[in-house]
Design a protein around this ligand. Sequence first.
Ligand code: PMP
Length: 404
Amino acid sequence: MNFDALFQTQIDALKEEGNYRYFAELERKCGKFPKAANHVDGEKRDVTVWCSNDYLGMGQNPLTIAAMCEAVQRTGTGAGGTRNISGTNHDHLLLEAELADLHGKEAALLFTSGYVSNWAALSCLGSRLENCVILSDAGNHASMIEGIRHSKAKKVIWKHNDVADLEAKLQALPANVPKIVAFESVYSMDGDICPMREIVEVAEKYGAMTYLDEVHAVGLYGPRGGGVSEREGLADRITLIEGTLGKAYGVVGGYITGSAALCDFIRSFASGFIFTTALPPAVAAAARASIMHLKTSRDERIRQRAQVKKLRDGLDRAGIPHMMNESHIVPVMIKDPVKTRMLADYLMDEWGIYVQPINYPTVPKGTERLRFTPSPLHSDEDIAHLLNALTHLWKQCAVSHAVA
Ligand code: PMP
């Protein structure tokens, strides 16, 4: 059988729809974020990155870099094993204590990524809690969807951010089965924020556990960067808070926090925790330095919000429609995969602006977009340059008819 031909047919179909993903080959330059070099045909060209999830530039912050360098000299490059078999380092435990404190929980547990933490925790909970039903927001991330699917637990999908629908679905379930309400605080592609208090109240009313993904909120919201749950004073009412170390904290890794029993349960039974090499201790040290810094420093968050506002105001002045939300994510809707790619290519080639086109399956078909994430390190000149480019494009390409 010609397997390559089978692979190629599906790849060609993606290309035909405009949904094939091309990488931009970037070279991040230490201390220079959001500038990076883009490699094209052996040439390097400076670009401004507008779609990074290193939301606060902590990945190039001197504090984070120093912590990683110090730890790599002290501990070496890798953990040397799974957490259970020689891979648990002092730095992992310090980081877990830091994370538990960040969310005001008894315990925390590290994973190799946010994806793995969702997948592993939900697979474990859904498969081991007998007759468990998982009520999942329709907008949940692929890592949660896959974890739930793998658990083989009964899944009930509730309409995105619709608390009345959640309540109707909870009400229809038998009182005595374990229920988990799984949702996010900041949704990554639309940037909308969930009605957390109402969700928590409904979940409590029906005795359900709450599973909250704060991946796009940790480090960014709340007085100490504890996420929307901290900002709303709700962290202690949420059973499990999940987050990443790879976005606002600028490193890599994922985690869950919750009661000591919950974390011990996942530690003891989740295959995605047990059977994989632990994060390098130096990664844990860098993440801890980043978290500790953002617990006390608000400068990055304040400046980020100011830059987000400047971009939004500029888009309004230029008449370029963008999706309104309360977060730091600025989606400009194009609603066509080919046009989205064309615009992104043009921005890169003509203006030195890098924004990745966001197409299906990351977003539903017909909602393709450019997703901008201003950081505290984008200068006012960077913003003016982007607005200039977008205004020019809007006129030149007459894309306005494509956006409603
Ligand atoms: N949850 C959400 C909502 C996400 O958007 C992502 C990644 N974009 C993840 C989890 C996975 O996090 P990580 O990148 O750390 O694997």
